[in-house]
Design a protein around this ligand. Structure first.
Ligand SMILES: NC(=O)C1=CN([C@@H]2O[C@H](COP(=O)(O)OP(=O)(O)OC[C@H]3O[C@@H](n4cnc5c(N)ncnc54)[C@H](OP(=O)(O)O)[C@@H]3O)[C@@H](O)[C@H]2O)C=CC1
Ligand SMILES: CC(=O)N[C@@H](CCC(=O)OP(=O)(O)O)C(=O)O
Length: 341
């Protein structure tokens, strides 16, 4: 069994990772750590996880010696500190947070308004959107799982970028809609039940940190510069993320031909569900799948994707990355069929 540890296991991302890893046939979770909740029983931190062990403290000074993979699900700037601690060890770091998603520490600092915690580590890191970056993932020590909004967007957009179909210089409008668990477990007024139930709203239009992340990822993965205009929304569901992408192609296309482009990239991907029906968060809830649909009108494209922000958008993608590193079946231990209603 492969021994792994989870830092940030008391949060939504880390908690989902723990739940999924408990089902993984080849993995043993030997360390589960929190910050303020260190010392508490796991079953009191998570009512759905009946484990009588206690949350540990994060290994800030002394690395855990018995693991081969450290998963980090921490606020920006914290994972880098742990990655630094493990710099001379034969241990992979799989980060659900943003510390290693940009190629340069300057860009990270501009976007996150803080110094990078471990700039030297960036040269060992790979952006871990698995369907698009398997080869590089296999040879990297640090894996940066994409943000949940970038995952939904990139899965829908990259086939068009890669095929060179986008109208040069055109703008790409991304309308992202996230369930409230995307904001983490910390208490805030904006995510308080009476504030969010039966209501929807946008936030940070054109200024959310995932806009630059999407642009840089497209440049890295497909070699093109694009102009993303991203507007996120909070919607009153616990989990789920719907991304609606609007953009213009270089010429008019028949819808059938564009479907063929999608199939070229995705028909052999077990994690991608190409659907003529509009994707919904219910289609993918609890699974590591990405549902994708499209509509064309002349040169105008409307592409829509749905993911579970905590699975394909976070913990599931981290496990998929681990499976690639280990040379295991890519979806080993990952749920592909969800619960409904
Ligand atoms: N939620 C989501 O859908 C997604 C989240 N992510 C990213 O994953 C990471 C974790 O997010 P999420 O699980 O939602 O967040 P949560 O707020 O739910 O959990 C944060 C975790 O980090 C710990 N923590 C908080 N502050 C510190 C600190 N100063 N030092 C060390 N540990 C700390 C918390 O411990 P304790 O509670 O014990 O204090 C908790 O375990 C973030 O970077 C987030 O952006 C990425 C994709 C999707
Ligand atoms: C609904 C909601 O608040 N979502 C979060 C994004 C979650 C995520 O993926 O953020 P990271 O890039 O930090 O990993 C937000 O908008 O800040």
């Amino acid at each position: 069994m492969l021994k792994v540890g989870i830092a940030g296991a008391s949060g939504y991302g880390g908690g989902e990772l723990l739940r999924l890893l408990l089902f993984h046939p080849k993995v043993q979770v030997v360390h589960v750590a929190g910050e303020n909740r260190a010392g508490e029983l796991v079953e009191s931190v998570f009512p759905h996880l009946p484990l009588s062990s206690r949350m540990e403290k994060h290994p800030i000074d002394e690395p855990w010696n018995d693991i081969k993979i450290l998963f980090t699900a921490l606020p920006a700037g914290e994972s880098g500190k742990l990655a630094r601690l493990y710099r001379d060890r034969d241990v992979h770091i799989i980060d659900l947070g943003p510390d290693f998603r940009f190629r340069s520490h300057q860009r990270f600092s501009e976007v996150y308004k803080m110094p990078h915690p471990y700039p030297e580590g960036l040269s060992e890191a790979t952006y871990s959107l698995v369907e698009w970056n398997r080869k590089a993932i296999k040879n990297s020590r640090i894996l940066a799982c994409p943000g949940c909004y970038p995952t939904g967007t990139l899965m829908g957009l990259l086939p068009f970028v890669q095929e060179g179909l986008l109208k040069k210089g055109s703008q790409i409008f991304i309308d992202g809609k996230s369930g409230v668990s995307g904001a983490g477990r910390g208490l805030t007024l904006d995510t308080h039940f009476p504030e969010i139930a039966e209501s929807m709203k946008s936030y940070k239009p054109f200024s959310h940190r995932h806009g630059p992340e999407m642009e840089e990822a497209i440049e890295c993965l497909a070699g093109f510069r694009v102009n993303i205009l991203f507007v996120p929304h909070l919607i009153p569901v616990n989990r789920g993320l719907l991304s609606s992408l609007y953009f213009t192609l270089e010429k008019d296309w028949k819808e059938e031909d564009v479907w063929n482009v999608m199939k070229k990239y995705y028909q052999d991907e077990t994690g991608v569900y190409l659907t003529e029906k509009p994707p919904s968060t219910a289609m993918v809830r609890g699974t590591n799948r990405t549902a994708i649909s499209l509509r064309m009108e002349g040169s105008a494209a409307f592409v829509e994707t749905a993911i579970d922000n905590l699975v394909k958008g976070a913990a599931g993608q981290a496990i998929q990355s681990m499976n690639v590193i280990q040379g295991w079946e890519e979806m080993e231990g990952l749920p592909m069929i969800g619960a409904f209603p």
